[in-house]
Design a binder for this molecule. Structure first.
Ligand SMILES: [Cu+2]
Length: 482
C-alpha cells in the first residue's frame, strides 16, 4: 500500500491522489467534440468519444483541422456567469495559431452555439506555423471563465518541432495540461486539498483573498510522473487555468526550455535553440516546452509552482506541489513520426538592434483599469456590438505598450499572432521572448513588437486580459486587420 492509498483510507474526505499521470487521448482531423454538463456535478465539460477527456489535437503545418463542435449542454444552466445567469452558449478559440479570425476558422465573435446547436470549424494551419504547443478553449464573452474553470480546454500540437530541436526526436513526450480543482474557501475539502498540494500556511504575496482552487495535471490532483534517474523526457506544459499563474520548477533540476507559447526559441534565434532555467513563469494561457532530466538520488523531487505575488487586489497564488517525479522505467516512448511532408524549417532572425527605442512613441497603447463595476481597456468596457478599438493594415510590425494602472497583475493576450516582448517597466529584458500571452506587472508596463506581417490574418479579432473573469467583465477589445 502506498502512502497515498493510506491517506485515502484514513481521511474522511475521499479525494484520490497519487495516481500515475495519464496521457490525454490524441485526435486527428476530423474531430467531433461536444460540450456537455456532467450528469452528477452539472459542471460543463468537453466530451470526446464518450469520455470527458479532452483530446490533444495533432496536426502538421499545412493541414486543416476540421472540428464538429456540438453544444449538448442544458439550456437551463442554473449557475451564474459574469453578467447574469449562464446561458451555456459556447464556441472555440485556437489559442496562438496564426490562422484567420473569420468563420469557419478562429472566429469567436460571430460563431456561437446555443444549447442544441453545432458549429463546424475548418482551421487551416499555415505551412510556416511555428511547430509547438497550442491549445483550444471556449471563448463566449461572459461565460469563458466558467467553462474554462470547469475544465473545458485541450492541447493542440503542431508537429515538427524536431526540425528546430533535433534533441527531442527520440524522447518520451509528455503533454501536461494544468487545470483547476475548485473548492469552497473554508470547507473541509479546502483543508484536505491544501494538505495534498502542500500549500504552506500563511500568506503568499500581497493578496488577502481566500484560496479557492488548486492545480490539477491532466485532470488529476498531484499525480505521479514516471521518469527514470537520468532519463531525458520532453515535457510540453500548458497553463489552462483561467486565473492561476504557474511559476514552474522541478526540485534540483534545470529546465532546458526549447519553446515558449508554441514558438521554438530557434525560430527567431537559430543560434540559441535552448535556454536553461531553474523556473519559468506561465501566466494563464502560457506554454513551455522543455527537456526534463529525471533526478538522480533525489527520491522526492516534485514539479511545483512557486508563490507568485499577484498584487494587493489579486487572487491568492501560493506555491504548491503539482506532481511527484517517480524513478520508474518509463513505458514505451510515445513515438512521433517525423512528418516528411513538412518543408525545411523557416528561420526569422530578429536582432536586438531592430528593437524600437523605449522613448519612441508607441503605435498603440493598451491601458488596463478596473473599478467595482468592471474591467476596462482604454477606459472602455467591452461590448459585443463595439466597433474595433484599433485598425491595423496587415504587412508591418507595430510597437505596442501595455500599461497596468491597477493593483493586480493582468496577462495580456492577442489572438492570431505572436509578439516580441522586450521591456518591462521601461527596462529592457535581458532576453527578449516571442509570446502570445505576457504578464503585465502591478502599476507597471510592458513593451511589445507586434508581428502584423502575415497576409493570412484579415478580419475582426480580439485582444484581452487572460484572467478570464476580467475578460468576461469587459477587459477586452476588438482589432480589425485589413
Ligand atoms: Cu485582468
Amino acid at each position: 500500500m502506498t502512502l497515498s492509498n493510506i491517506a485515502f483510507v484514513l481521511l474522511p474526505i475521499a479525494i484520490a491522489y497519487g495516481e500515475q499521470v495519464a496521457d490525454p487521448p490524441a485526435a486527428h482531423s476530423p474531430v467531433i467534440l461536444s460540450a456537455v454538463n456532467d450528469r452528477y456535478t452539472g459542471r460543463t465539460a468537453f466530451s470526446f468519444e464518450g469520455r470527458q477527456k479532452p483530446p490533444v489535437i495533432r496536426a502538421n503545418p499545412g493541414d486543416s483541422i476540421d472540428i464538429t463542435y456540438r453544444n449538448e449542454m442544458s439550456p437551463n444552466a442554473n449557475s451564474n456567469c459574469a453578467t447574469g445567469p449562464c446561458m451555456n452558449m459556447t464556441n472555440l478559440h485556437f489559442h496562438g495559431l496564426h490562422v484567420s479570425p473569420s468563420a469557419p476558422q478562429d472566429d469567436v465573435l460571430s460563431m456561437m452555439a446555443m444549447p442544441g446547436e453545432s458549429l463546424q470549424y475548418r482551421v487551416e494551419i499555415p505551412h510556416n506555423q511555428p511547430p509547438g504547443l497550442y491549445w483550444y478553449h471556449p471563448h463566449p464573452h461572459g461565460e469563458s471563465n466558467k467553462q474554462v474553470l470547469d475544465g473545458m480546454s485541450g492541447a493542440i500540437v503542431i508537429e515538427g518541432i524536431e526540425r528546430y530541436v533535433p534533441e527531442v526526436r527520440n524522447l518520451r513526450e509528455r503533454i501536461l495540461v494544468l487545470r483547476d480543482k475548485a473548492f469552497e474557501g473554508n470547507s473541509p475539502d479546502a483543508t484536505h486539498l491544501k494538505d495534498i498540494a502542500e500549500i504552506p500556511p500563511g500568506r503568499c504575496g500581497s493578496s488577502t483573498e481566500q484560496l479557492e482552487r488548486i492545480f490539477t495535471v491532466n485532470g488529476t490532483v498531484r499525480p505521479q510522473i514516471p521518469i527514470a534517474a537520468g532519463e531525458r523526457q520532453f515535457w510540453r506544459i500548458v497553463n489552462a487555468s483561467p486565473d492561476l499563474y504557474a511559476d514552474l520548477q522541478i526540485d534540483g533540476e534545470q529546465l532546458e526550455i526549447v519553446a515558449l507559447d508554441g514558438m521554438p526559441l530557434a525560430y527567431h534565434n537559430p543560434k540559441h535553440a535552448m535556454h536553461r532555467a531553474s523556473h519559468v513563469l506561465l501566466p494563464p494561457a502560457g506554454r513551455v516546452e522543455a527537456i526534463v532530466t529525471g533526478p538522480r538520488g533525489q527520491t522526492k523531487a516534485k514539479l511545483r509552482t512557486r508563490c507568485f505575488d499577484t498584487g494587493p487586489d489579486g487572487d491568492p497564488n501560493p506555491g504548491m506541489a503539482l506532481a511527484d517525479l517517480v524513478d520508474l522505467k518509463t513505458d514505451a516512448p510515445a513515438t512521433r513520426t517525423f512528418p516528411a511532408s513538412i518543408q525545411k524549417p523557416v528561420f526569422v532572425p530578429v536582432s536586438n538592434a531592430k528593437l524600437p527605442s523605449l522613448e519612441t512613441t508607441p503605435d498603440f497603447t493598451v491601458t488596463f483599469t478596473e473599478d467595482k463595476q468592471g474591467f476596462y481597456i482604454n477606459g472602455k468596457r467591452y461590448g459585443p456590438e463595439d466597433a474595433p478599438m484599433t485598425r491595423v493594415r496587415v504587412g508591418k510590425y507595430q510597437h505596442w505598450r501595455i500599461v497596468n494602472k491597477t493593483h493586480e497583475v493582468h496577462p495580456f493576450h492577442i489572438h492570431q499572432i505572436h509578439f516580441l516582448f522586450y521591456a518591462t517597466n521601461d527596462q529592457r529584458e535581458p532576453q527578449s521572448e516571442w509570446l502570445d500571452t505576457v504578464n503585465v506587472p502591478v502599476e507597471g508596463s510592458v513593451n511589445l513588437i507586434m508581428d502584423f506581417t502575415d497576409p493570412i490574418i484579415r478580419g475582426m479579432s480580439l485582444f484581452h486580459c487572460h484572467l478570464l473573469s476580467h475578460e468576461d467583465k469587459g477587459m477586452m477589445a476588438k482589432i480589425l486587420f485589413f
